[in-house]
Ligand binder design. Sequence first.
Ligand code: IPT
Length: 988
Amino acid sequence: MPVPRYLSETASGHGARVPARSRVTTDAPELSLNGIWRFRLSPTANVTDDMASPGFDDTSWAPMPVPSHWVLGKNGRFGSPAYTNIRYPFPVDPPHVPDENPTGDYRRTFTVPEAWPREGRTLLRFDGVESMYRVWLNGDEVGVATGSRLVQEFDVTALVRPGGNLIVVRVHQWSPGSYLEDQDQWWLPGIFRDVTLLARPDDGVDDVWLRTGWENGAGWIDPEITASSDAYPVTLRIPELNVERTWRSPADVGRFPVGDAEPWTAETPRLYTVTVHAAGETVTVRTGFRTVEIVGDRFLVNGRRIVFHGMNRHETHPERGRVFDEDHARADLAMMKRFNVNAIRTSHYPPHPRLLDIADELGFWVVLECDLETHGFEAGGWARNPSDDPAWRDAYLDRIERTVERDKNHPSIVMWSLGNEAGTGANLAAMSASVHARDPHRPVHYEGDHTGEYTDVYSRMYASVPETEAIGTDGSSAPLLECTPAQGARQRTKPFLLCEYAHAMGNGPGALDQYEAVVDRLPRLHGGFVWEWRDHGILTRTAEGVPFYGYGGDFGEVIHDGNFVMDGMVLSDGRPTPGLHEFAAVVQPIRFRFDGGTVAMENRRRFADTADLEFSWQIEHDGTRVAGGVFALDAIPAGGTTTMPLPGEHIAAEGETWLSVQAALARDTAWAPAGHVLARAQHDLTAARPEASRPRPADWHDAGGTVALGIGEFEGGRLVRLAGRAVAGPRLELFRAPTDNDRGESTVNEPEHQDSAPGLSNAAEWHGLGLDRLTHRLVSVQEAPGALRTLTRVAPAASLHSVLVESVWTLLDDGRLELRVEVEPSPGWPSVWPRIGVRFDLPDDGGSLPEVEWFGTGPLESYPDSRRAARVGRFTSSLEDLTVDYARPQESGHRSDLRELLFGPVRLTALPDLRGRRPGFTITRHTPQQVADAAHPHELPASRTSYLFIDAAQHGLGSRACGPDVWPDFALRPEARTIRLRFDSPAH
Ligand code: IPT
């Protein structure tokens, strides 16, 4: 039984395939074939097709929902999901795939209703099947198709019968099409989108394209209607605008003005319902009026330059995989709006068609990408890459045609993208030409066209901040990737965007604000799309039944790419990460500037004024609100600034005084309730006052026994109790559980980045130096009246490098206990350090886990290059919520600039050092060494101890998992540091 011929052909299909057309709402009959089908899985493609015949007995087959992926939800009964990033999970032997090719057969019967029209055609539509499938109806073959995330219709008029029908679909996991679908995601075979039977009246509207524009303050429509002459007269109506146009024949159809229309933009997503009525069918389209154009190096919508504050969005769900769920998708996009996201790149394939309706409605700039990636050829220098092989040309053209035709009516789509990481070549150029011929009103994007031969915008991924800046700078002759000087000059004549940047894997990304700053300054730069929106974790269970989100390698894959599939701004369970909060703060639509007694409020939106927002202020003394109010101001026009006087007379004599201002939604929207804060800023009003310094006690003498100082008890120089509670410490800690960025080996380093060796991760350096395994030697313990001092030498095994730590405890006149820690590294430590801090161990007091209260920054974690979302205030949190469950455990929970921390009976006050730097704190249930050893959250050992870290400094985050390392200003190099803390017990 040889495998079928189509499994080694580059063609996109055979049989009764019909050309792609727009997805619109119609009153022509439709019958959904979603539901439970019967299913059988074969391990190879060498199987007879006797199951296609009506007489075949499928009673032993299993039930299988359509849409679904057969590898999900059945505990491995039908195979498992598999994750690879770039590598093909089969031999690179195009266009062939192995005979070991999981093949799923689907069967079901359905009844064509009595009322189904006898006239006209009947089509069978598949919205998405991975990766190649062959269809039979009532025993006869209908056709074969491929293109997993692309719609395909077949003409089944001659095969469908009134009453009962049998449909059989054979799906192969691997096919020639798989070579074109090497996206960085799970391989998930099956019929995963809808299957629908469609009645097509002969006098209906086979296709409609409402090309619209908005110019000089008015809208227009230039319709293209595909219908037979029997369909005429055709009438187009927009009831809301009192528009009605009737055309007697195809020749009459043409462009006309729609004077009273309001424009559509992502900020003002004004949609109009349009009906197109023909003799045999009425279709409905939601349209918007907007014009996209490129003028010089500016990307304009309705005449104004736009900036993409975007996300790369894959279709992913922890239980359903890529199966669409409208509520989930709407919630996803509503969350994007709440976090100031204004653009989506549909990486790396067309989403379910409904997603675009939601994008039109909520308002996003969409870059709609074709289902195309051949990344696995890169390792071989792109040899045999289909993108430049004439044998694949038709397949490429077929893919882009199906992409554009289905979605061409959506106002949200402002650009077509040919695909992702497919090298370069003639077939991509041909795709671009076909889009230009078909839709001259939308530019073509493709990142891999580095020299700019066939695309309209210059696009890059993971360019560093200096490189991005150089791209945007007039007159800069800095060389551009793979470009000759002439090609570089051409690229600099185009609008620029980062189709991927700020790789959001694990804890990070850093430097979002640095990118925003250059985009803000250089108008050629049009922002970008964070990689990526969501982690792709798949909900699974350990052998003991403990649920967790699986990543590559958790499903027995032969080759896999680990947790590289967990690089989202949103965790698998839907929780936004601190990185997403940072993004929202960096791109916030209102910018505040404090100057003397005023605050200037700038509306950074391009189209919308601020009539939807309420601006307010409040003043806090040491984190407690003492005054507040609403600013009475008129709507600030798009791009405008309003300046208001600051409320003045609330500055406290003691402690800190902070003014906070914010802009919040005045009314409910489709994506957030009234009161949702879109932008905020703070201003320090604290009155300057000198800090009284303490004399250092003299008369030290050696000591060692039990010592009591205020609320502190010491044994042999070591702290053992604070306010009666068991405590151990302080102990120097230089290690943090490496973040995914710390583990990154990316060499996208600018010459400025001298801190890490190319190709060697920070984590590897830290382990090599032994920062994770420091040993301690108590050198001396000394006492003086009201004071205790220890000197400790800290160093890793086999190392000449060391750190001297002096801890001085002093009882102050007011009864508080002060600790001063001096950290002094020996000279010559190489590499950056993860942190410089001390650890206190707090074994459980037998009670429940404490709530923690602090005055400092919050509410979430922050790091030197990611702290725009952190504000000064008083916060409380459960211990559990202080850290983030990244899919792979790693450093988390550092809160910068601590002033005061309350845990149990103890109050800790943190003082600034001589340069005004305050320490940050972390409280977790695990040491960094334990966290570094766990591959999943459930692997962390049960713990009965809380660990408090007070860090004089932490290394930045960067995005080196795939992109630039930590910017030098935020890199932590070995250096002497001082930590000063005071302890008391408010209850005592
Ligand atoms: C880039 C891919 O385009 C994207 O799909 C994803 O894999 C991302 O990287 C990393 O998560 S390609 C990369 C090699 C620059």
